[in-house]
Design a protein around this ligand. Sequence first.
Ligand SMILES: N[C@@H](CCC(=O)N[C@@H](CS)C(=O)NCC(=O)O)C(=O)O
Length: 213
Amino acid sequence: MGELILYDYWRSSAAWRVRLALAAKGLAASHVPISLIAAEQRSPDHLARNPQGLVPVLADGTLLLSQSLAIIEYLEETHPDPPLLPADPAGRALVRSAALIIAADVHPLGNLRVLRWLREELGQDEAAVTAWLHQWMGTGLAALEAFATSHGGRYVYGDRLSLADLCLVPQLYNARRFGLPIADLPRLLAAEAAVFALPWAAGTRPVEPESVK
Ligand SMILES: N[C@@H](CCC(=O)N[C@@H](CS)C(=O)NCC(=O)O)C(=O)O
């Protein structure tokens, strides 16, 4: 493995998943901020890293990887300990399905470019945008709560930290940010608390850079 560089944005929840995975595995990476409010994700330099114009991107030497779940699976395969996926195929499939509730079906609908499209191209006001966010975050988080009720323990799946928790934590941050009521998600809130009881977790939290304050 070469030098790890994470191209991220402080408030990116997809990037936060990767920060959590790196920290869980005790891997050091340098961070290069890509300002989404300054549209740096669509700069020629960043498009050369990721033609989608999104963060995160992880560089491992000359290898450039995008898509947070693919990045985390790469880290899992190159650094299996501690594991973020269960050992058995059924457990692995269940954890991936929980992670994808967030990563495939909730998060993309609240992404910056989608919200901008709603506001700027479809002329929706802030009340409509908030209603959109609450609808899709609420639906997905309720499904994940049901998953955790069936399969969870200390964490979203069983009693070991997994990829599912790495997707949950940033999405709960987004839910609070956009004012979605989450008190009716006790299993998810307990799993979030279990993550932040881990000694390395707090250091992954989003920190607003001085320059944008
Ligand atoms: N499925 C991608 C999603 C990446 C993504 O949507 N990143 C957001 C930040 S969380 C982004 O770069 N948004 C920029 C934009 O919308 O222009 C992943 O998991 O990495």
